[in-house]
Write a protein that binds this ligand. Structure first.
Ligand code: FES
Length: 224
């Protein structure tokens, strides 16, 4: 039509020549709205501050003073963060792999450990009910404690606390072994860690009674 409208009465996309009005703004669906927009307002724009150069004393004689404190540009900042994240992932994964390897090695060592030789601890008749006897097993450097709980029942455990290896002290009346270093407690009957920092029970010494003789025949390490 002559006035620049379509048959439905909508204006055509662009009227006049040399207009600075963006044709997408001057369309029928915006009829009644006022205002104009510069042409190309929908084109992607770039903030000049988004991308800048790191200070380079050789070709930039007067870099702004703030550049010294903020030498990394926004785009590079993202790259640095990504690199740090990748480094973190690699290190963490490596630590997991090493940890798993260490656990597997410990398992193998324990599995292949030679059973200690049977050793006589003492005679039952020499240990009164509620009495405690110190001994070493499986080597002279592994102190242990034997406790006679009743006429029939004797138990024995390693004396090394499972926290930081201090020597535990038997408190037969209270039914516990006390570790004085950090106030760790173990049940005297089971050796189970019941209070304080010790993470696992005391290793249990496997005993065998042969007549009046009390023999140590093995060690039972426990995780829980
Ligand atoms: S060494 Fe036994 S509680 Fe710490």
């Amino acid at each position: 039509m002559a006035d620049g409208r379509t048959d439905e009465g909508a204006p055509t996309a662009a009227t006049g020549t040399g207009s600075n009005i963006d044709p997408r703004v001057d369309e029928w669906s915006r009829r009644g709205l006022t205002g104009t927009a510069r042409s190309g307002m929908y084109e992607p724009t770039r903030d000049p501050d988004d991308v800048s150069r790191a200070p380079n004393p050789e070709d930039d004689e007067n870099p702004p003073r703030w550049r010294a404190d903020f030498p990394i540009d926004w785009p590079k900042d993202e790259l640095v963060a990504r690199r740090d994240f990748a480094k973190f992932l690699v290190l963490t994964s490596g630590a997991f792999v090493v940890g798993q390897g260490w656990i597997a090695a410990q398992h193998l060592v324990r599995k292949n450990r030679i059973l200690p030789a049977t050793r006589k601890i003492g005679s039952l008749s020499d240990i009164p009910i509620g009495g405690v006897k110190e001994f070493a097993f499986p080597t002279e450097h592994d102190p242990c404690l034997l406790v006679r709980l009743s006429r029939e029942e004797v138990v024995a455990f390693s004396q090394s606390c499972t926290h930081l290896s201090c020597a535990v002290v038997p408190k037969v009346d209270e039914g516990v072994f006390l570790c004085p270093c950090h106030e760790g407690y173990f049940d005297i009957r089971t050796g189970k860690n019941i209070a304080g920092p010790p993470p696992r029970p005391l290793p249990r010494i496997v005993l065998r009674l042969e007549g009046d003789d009390v023999l140590a025949v093995g060690i039972e390490e426990r995780m829980v």
